[in-house]
Design a protein around this ligand. Structure first.
Ligand code: ARG
Length: 396
């Protein structure tokens, strides 16, 4: 009997060629498509997979799971890799890999396969997740081992094997899309001094084309999670989609980075995450109102670690799990509303309120009603400065 393999299928050239390649190696290929909000034409891709030789094609809607169990955990952690990447692609890999493992169990497959190259981060995220969820499943990465070295060779292979694929126009970039954002790389972007053409951007308007008039949005959080937009309760997926439209219209959410990949290469990346950046900014603003200083500063350090763990494919690991528990504890107070102004590519917090606010006007004010006893400051400063008294004497 032929062994079954579950392939993470995108509908593009690489994974279509992989269907044929694996079939020729003796496998029955099950094409697996996870809907994480990439807006693909899944019906067409399903047909394409079957025509190419897959024995079955599965589409699974993972949007809610992706947002609630992955994206919002990273949001609660304030995770941004190297300050500019909200990890849209990185967060999607473990949920897709989990879906693949489940599908493999259901279908009685002995192997899973993906179309990642040996140079990127995504292979790491897929394989570490799969291994951690089921070490018995065989992992096949055809692009790392096959004889097709260039895109032209792949196209020739596709033609030779009558793979129904549109290769008429060369794709200028490598693009990964989901609900949380878009990642764009390669092509002309490989020159780090090259300014991307405006038409590379799909979710955000340029500053020049953004309206002259600003817009305001109000985001209400409950325990660190956005639950209302402009006073209206919405499901997480819809809230992201709606906010992305508004923020994108105002040119908010772009980044252009040289980033450090896990495998050591530096790469140029263009990202768009319009809803993500508004939520990230608003969430941090709310935390600054409700978290005490020590907790807030300590948590800042964890944000960096959390982003690294996500980026490095270490989602299903004990440290990440333990951090989630700690972060959830910190989010018990992170409920309230943040008012954000969007204007010509900027996203500024202009107001915040919470029943758990630690801000005390009576202590902060310089006006009437001041309850702060300034005479206490003298004793505090005598002790605070005590260890350093005279240490730099004679330096000036
Ligand atoms: N560099 C990003 C990451 O490692 C994005 C990779 C996205 N892949 C793509 N085909 N553009 O998460």
């Amino acid at each position: 009997m032929r062994e079954k393999v579950v392939l993470a299928y995108s509908g593009g050239l690489d994974t279509s060629v992989i269907i044929k390649w694996l079939t020729n190696k003796g496998y029955d290929v099950i094409a697996y498509m996870a809907d994480v909000g990439q807006g693909s034409d899944f019906d067409t891709y399903k047909k394409r997979a079957l025509k190419t030789g897959a024995v079955k094609a599965i589409v699974e809607d993972l949007k809610e799971e992706f947002v609630n169990d992955f994206v919002f955990k990273a949001l609660k952690a304030d995770a941004a890799y190297e300050s500019g990447y909200l990890l849209a692609t990185a967060l999607s890999r473990p949920v897709i890999a989990k879906g693949m493992v489940k599908a493999a169990h259901k279908e009685g497959a002995t192997a899973v396969a993906h179309g990642c190259t040996g140079k990127g981060n995504d292979q790491v995220r897929f394989e570490v997740t799969i291994r951690s969820l089921d070490p018995a499943i065989k992992i096949i990465a055809p692009v790392r081992e096959w004889e097709l070295k260039t895109r032209t060779e792949e196209i020739e292979y596709a033609k030779r094997h009558h793979i129904p694929i549109d290769v008429s126009k060369k794709k200028p970039y490598s693009i990964d899309v989901n609900l949380w954002g878009i990642s764009i790389e390669s092509g002309k972007l490989e020159d780090p001094y090259y300014e991307p053409d405006e038409d590379i951007y799909q979710l955000t308007k340029s500053v020049a084309r953004a309206p002259a008039k600003c817009a305001y949005v109000e985001i209400e959080f409950k325990n660190g999670i956005p639950v209302k937009l402009d006073g209206k309760a919405m499901k997480s997926v819809d809230l992201i989609l709606k906010l992305a439209r508004i923020a994108g219209e105002h040119g908010v959410g772009r980044s252009d980075m040289i980033e450090n990949r896990l495998i050591g290469i530096k790469s140029r990346e263009i990202y768009e995450a319009p809803a993500g950046w508004v939520m990230f900014t608003a969430h941090k603003a709310l935390e600054s109102l409700v978290l005490d200083r020590e907790l807030a500063h300590f948590k800042d350090g964890l944000a960096l670690k959390y982003a690294e763990l996500t980026y490095y494919g270490l989602w299903y690991t004990p440290l990440k799990e333990a951090l989630d528990k700690f972060i959830d504890e910190t989010q018990k107070k992170v409920s309230g509303t943040v008012k954000v102004k969007l204007h010509k590519g900027t996203c500024s917090v202009v107001g915040r309120k919470s029943p758990n606010s630690l801000y005390r006007k009576a202590l902060a004010t310089y006006e009437e009603g001041d309850l702060f006893d300034q005479s206490l400051a003298k004793g505090f400063l005598d002790l605070w400065g005590l260890p350093y008294k005279g240490l730099y004497k004679g330096k000036v």
